[in-house]
Design a protein around this ligand. Structure first.
Ligand code: F6R
Length: 362
């Protein structure tokens, strides 16, 4: 059942190229520079849309943060994201013009269900983005968009994060095209980049040995910091969550620019800093923040793409070219790093202590 892998988590990390192909399958129309999603919004709905609110928890919340930026940048629509348990709906004068999207792998997360009920109750239109056919969220929302990642057994979400972001990227294209804010040419470029992702992720997976070496070198650190800007910021948060939940080591993600506003006080030789330095993440600015951490002795580990000066880094992981999706590809290095640190420590990777795959209490 684990197909020769010792853990579901590692199997699911390696399934990402396939999962992403499924996510994209039959949905891209390069000729028209558009997408075909199995969601039919009412005639004129997307044009009259005022705002999109994404609600979610944990890893799905970080996928939502990535997606909110995509929606703003690609579709030019106002998009915000809120942790489901903190969410209060405010839909202005015409709540129906706010689309509230519940992003939930399992479709059963109580906090997310309760948030979407509040929004629906106040008159918003709702959409579920989920991996699970027939799940509760699909019965609570006006429409459902499936991410098609295939079943995820490991408690730590991996392939579903990638498929959530890609599904919401497709939705961004659909909305941008419908509203006329995204040109055919720009849509084609985005869709071509999306199509390269399965191959790009495979290239990262082929570097697993290199990640294992880094995990060996840094496994005994006191604490791990993850930093990034723009699309790299949610990936930094997600990298830290993955590491802490399966290795039980302290890990924290920061917006790279925030390091100097406090966290730098914690930095030492014992706190490696893992950074997203790819396209879509203003890597050259983040390198400056990393240098400050290195000056306090911290090892600097960078996920990098072409053209960035990386001589000063202690460790580099190469990310293939994919424009704003490069941080999503870089995330696969963070998944592998978390996995190997936890595995070297003999942790219960697929069922970490105190955690459950779907959290059905508020
Ligand atoms: C982290 C993790 C959790 C879930 C969160 C939301 O690896 O698995 O943080 O992401 O509980 O779950 P869903 O997406 O099922 O709503």
């Amino acid at each position: 059942e684990k197909g020769g892998y010792e853990h579901y988590m590692r199997k699911e990390i390696h399934e990402q190229p396939t999962a992403l192909r499924q996510t994209l399958s039959g949905r891209i129309d390069l000729d028209r520079g558009d997408v075909d999603l199995d969601v039919d919004f009412p005639q004129g709905y997307l044009e009259s849309l005022e705002e999109i609110q994404l609600v979610s928890c944990g890893t799905s919340y970080y996928a939502s943060q990535y997606a909110a930026r995509l929606l703003e940048e690609i579709a030019d629509v106002r998009a915000s994201v809120e942790i489901a348990s903190e969410y209060e709906f405010d839909g202005g004068r015409d709540p129906w013009r706010t689309l509230v999207i519940a992003v939930t792998q399992s479709g059963e997360t109580a906090d997310t269900l309760s948030a979407i009920r509040r929004a629906a109750g106040a008159g918003a239109r709702t959409l579920a983005v989920t991996n699970t056919l027939g799940s509760s969220v699909t019965r609570e929302t006006n429409d459902t968009l499936f991410i098609r990642a295939g079943p995820e057994i490991g408690v730590a979400a991996t392939k579903t994060f990638a498929s959530q972001v890609v599904t919401l990227a497709l939705l961004s294209v659909a909305i941008g095209r419908e509203r006329g804010t995204l040109s055919t040419a720009n849509a084609r470029t985005l869709l071509e980049n999306l199509r390269t992702l399965p191959g790009a992720v495979q290239q990262v997976l082929d570097e697993e040995e290199h990640v294992l070496e880094a995990a060996r070198e840094y496994q005994d650190s006191e604490s791990f910091f993850f930093v990034g800007r723009r699309y790299g910021y949610p990936v930094a948060l997600e990298g830290a969550l993955k590491l802490k939940e399966i290795s039980y080591d302290h890990a924290e993600g920061f917006a790279a620019g925030e390091l100097k506003h406090g966290p730098l006080a914690l930095v030492s030789e014992q706190t490696p800093v893992l950074a997203v330095l790819t396209a879509g993440s203003d890597g050259s600015e983040t390198v400056n923040n990393l240098t400050e951490a290195q000056a306090r002795g911290a090892p600097a580990i960078g996920t990098v793409s072409d053209g960035l000066e990386t001589k000063s880094l202690d460790w580099t992981f190469e990310v293939p070219e994919a424009d704003v999706f490069e941080p999503l590809v870089a995330n696969v290095y963070f998944q592998l790093f978390a996995y190997h640190v936890a595995n070297l420590k003999g942790r219960s990777i697929d069922k970490p202590r105190n955690l459950a795959k779907s959290v059905t209490v508020e």
